[in-house]
Design a protein around this ligand. Structure first.
Ligand code: WTA
Length: 649
């Protein structure tokens, strides 16, 4: 761990919204009297009917979370309409294409027109308040229009990352019984087409076998590439929007009406539909966006996350637009046409605030500093990271080389479930320590506990829980409140358990050490080991599989698979390739195994439980310390696993 401290920069402090004193004062207020604190800050968004109740939450029993519950508002109104009088001609979205010669700017007035039209198209085709709409889109402005159009009419969107396979898309369509899909003919990334419509067609076919019929597919034309067409079901976006008006009344939504579902991986079972609601989510996304990034009026802000992830929801679309910011959306990848692309875009659009993932930073370090130094980056004022722990070396490079020591780095820890930043520096208030997400945001009460649930005080290492609710918190698992309670509130009764391990140092700084459950974090993408295992065993030659993570220089974690084949089959390199392809087809390229070890047996206890601890150690090439193996049914299995390990260092 790095011991270095970077005090708040003078230049940052001079203009920052929050300084040390204010942070401490507000934090104390937020903890002592959450009703008063959030009662005040809830008014940062416009309410069609103001709330009189603020917080009504319980982490006990059936777990119930309600914020601002008697208020009425609309997210799309807050992200667009309320800015029009004063800032209608301000750029809302800068879109930078995959091709460096293509970009466009969309003003708030234009955003209003586009979102209203898309909302009217949805209505015209029967979408109503509460209906679930699946959005399977690349990084083009229409993805944001689609989200805001749903919000405008009270439909619940479920954005599915464009890198997910037809199987994965189908699973998500079926889970929330979504009968309307918005997609695009093809996406473009790194100069290559991504067949989104073709994948959608396949997914709809798979969903139909599970008795969910998609009635309409709204297709945005991006490349003009050929696609199959189902007359009556498929409709072209560009044709449809010409038939409707550019005005659409925002629906009056209750604060606790659902805004979106976003599927995320857990330690067991299928991905869960994380449900976020309207009022509290928007207040929290907007407030964290403003204070964490020290967003100031007129800043150009760029978050590189895909709309398919929660970061794309809260910090590409909802937070910045609610704050009337100019948000940059980038269609492409960091290494196309070459590894200098990010910094070229920063210069081209004069980006002030830049937010990305450690995995991207690590891969760019490998490419060498020249790609960075080619650009001036003079517009940059602040850098941020999210998604996984950032190693101090990568932090230092980001700070010294990219930011030239004049931009604070905010390492923001949060989750799909939390809706917004939870532990993060505030640039004008927090001295930085590379590798630490530092201190809690307003209203966030972190607690460390040991495996038995004993509360750890002072400097300690333990499991990270949050003991009271904050407005951006997820409200339930869509369609399965029991799973919500079981997953988050039963390990340590009455507390929200994050699934992360964490250390608190003597200064009260938090250092996230990574997941303590069976969730992998591969290049900042969350994956359940159980999902990869179930993809593997769905192959006809596989009898059993166990998947663990291991440290990976660029991705953070790599995917290590132990596979037992059906009797009589040999583990060959061809089969390795075939299984890799199979997992890609079942889930998507992000889940492709890095290592596959064929093993005749897996280490199991006498009761048949796989001992993952042993598998993890072998995958880390650290089998000197396997610990107690005496409870294994067949200890000889371990020798074979060690002899044939794929990760010799
Ligand atoms: C990890 C992404 C360390 C963590 C917003 C968490 C981090 C999981 C950080 C959530 C960070 C996210 N430092 N670890 N700054 N940010 N994580 O739901 O393990 O895709 O539980 O949300 O990513 O991933 P998710």
């Amino acid at each position: 761990m790095s011991e270095k401290v970077y005090p708040v920069l003078k230049s940052t402090k001079a203009k920052a919204l929050i300084d040390k004193d204010k942070y401490e004062k507000w934090y104390e207020e937020s903890i002592e009297d959450p009703d008063k604190f959030w009662g005040k800050h809830g008014r940062r968004i416009d309410w069609l009917k103001p709330y009189t109740k603020v917080k009504n939450t319980s982490f006990k029993g059936r777990v119930s979370i309600k914020w601002f519950e008697d208020g009425l508002t609309n997210v799309s109104y807050n992200c667009i309409d309320r800015h029009l009088k004063t800032h209608g001609e301000r750029t809302a979205i800068i879109w930078e294409g995959d091709n460096p010669y293509i970009d466009k700017k969309i003003t708030y007035n234009q955003l209003y027109d586009q979102v209203c039209r898309m909302a009217n198209v949805l209505k015209k085709h029967g979408v109503k308040k509460g209906d679930r709409v699946t959005i399977y889109m690349p990084m083009i402005p229409e993805a944001a229009y689609a989200m805001l159009a749903c919000a405008r009419i009270g439909a619940v969107h479920s954005v599915v990352f464009g890198g997910f396979s037809p199987e994965a898309l189908a699973g998500r369509i079926v889970d929330c019984q979504s009968t309307f899909v918005i997609t695009c003919d093809e996406g473009v990334r790194g100069g290559k087409p991504v067949p989104l419509k073709e994948n959608t067609d396949k997914a709809i076919h798979i969903a139909a076998r599970q008795y969910v019929t998609v009635n309409k597919v709204l297709v945005v034309r991006r490349t003009g590439g050929k696609t199959n067409w189902a007359p009556g079901r498929d409709i072209w976006y560009h044709q449809e929007i010409a038939t409707v008006k550019g005005h659409c009344e925002p629906a009056k939504m209750r604060a606790e009406d659902p805004l979106f579902i976003l599927y995320t991986s857990g330690s067991t079972g299928k991905p869960k539909g994380v449900l976020h609601t309207t009022g509290g989510y928007l207040v929290y996304a907007a407030m964290t966006h403003e204070y964490t990034f020290d967003y100031q009026d007129g800043d150009i802000y760029w978050c590189t996350a895909d709309v398919g992830w929660v970061t794309g929801h809260s910090y590409l679309v909802y937070g910045p637009l609610a704050n009337c910011a100019t948000t940059l959306m980038f269609e492409g990848v960091p290494n196309f046409p070459d590894q200098g692309r990010f910094w070229e875009i920063v210069d081209k659009h004069k980006v002030n605030i830049f937010y990305t993932a450690p995995t991207a930073i690590r891969s760019l370090i490998g490419a060498g500093d020249d790609f960075v130094k080619r650009s001036s980056r003079e517009s940059l004022r602040l850098l941020g990271t999210v998604g996984e722990p950032i190693n101090p070396e990568a932090w230092e490079w980001y700070y010294n080389v990219v930011g030239e020591k004049r931009c604070p780095v905010v390492d923001t820890w949060w989750q799909t479930e939390t809706g917004g930043h939870m532990i993060t520096p505030l640039p004008g208030a927090t001295d930085l320590k590379p590798g630490s997400a530092t201190k809690p945001f307003f209203g966030v009460k972190p607690q460390l506990v040991d495996n038995e649930g004993n509360v750890l005080e002072g400097a300690a290492d333990g499991n990270l829980c949050i003991t009271d609710s904050w407005p951006g918190q997820m409200r339930t698992v869509y369609g399965d409140h029991e799973r919500f309670i079981q997953t988050y509130f039963s390990t340590y009764k009455g507390k929200y358990f994050t699934g992360d391990g964490c250390r608190r140092d003597e200064d009260g700084y938090y250092w996230i050490t990574g997941r303590v459950d069976d969730v992998l974090n591969v290049s900042g993408h969350r994956l359940g080991t159980a999902e990869v295992e179930s993809a593997l065993v769905s192959h006809h030659l596989v009898s059993e599989a166990a998947v663990v993570g291991y440290p990976h220089g660029i991705k953070g974690q790599g995917i290590y698979c132990y596979v037992t084949l059906m009797a009589g089959n040999a583990g060959t390199d061809e089969l390795r390739q075939e299984l890799t392809k199979h997992v890609r087809n079942e889930i998507g390229p992000i889940a492709a195994p890095d290592k596959i070890q064929f093993s005749p047996g897996l280490p199991k206890t006498r009761s048949g439980k796989i001992m993952r601890r042993i598998l993890r150690k072998i995958a880390e090439d650290d089998f000197g310390a396997l610990g107690d193996t005496s409870t294994l049914a067949d200890p000889a299995v371990v020798d074979d696993l060690i002899a044939n390990r794929q990760n010799k260092v």
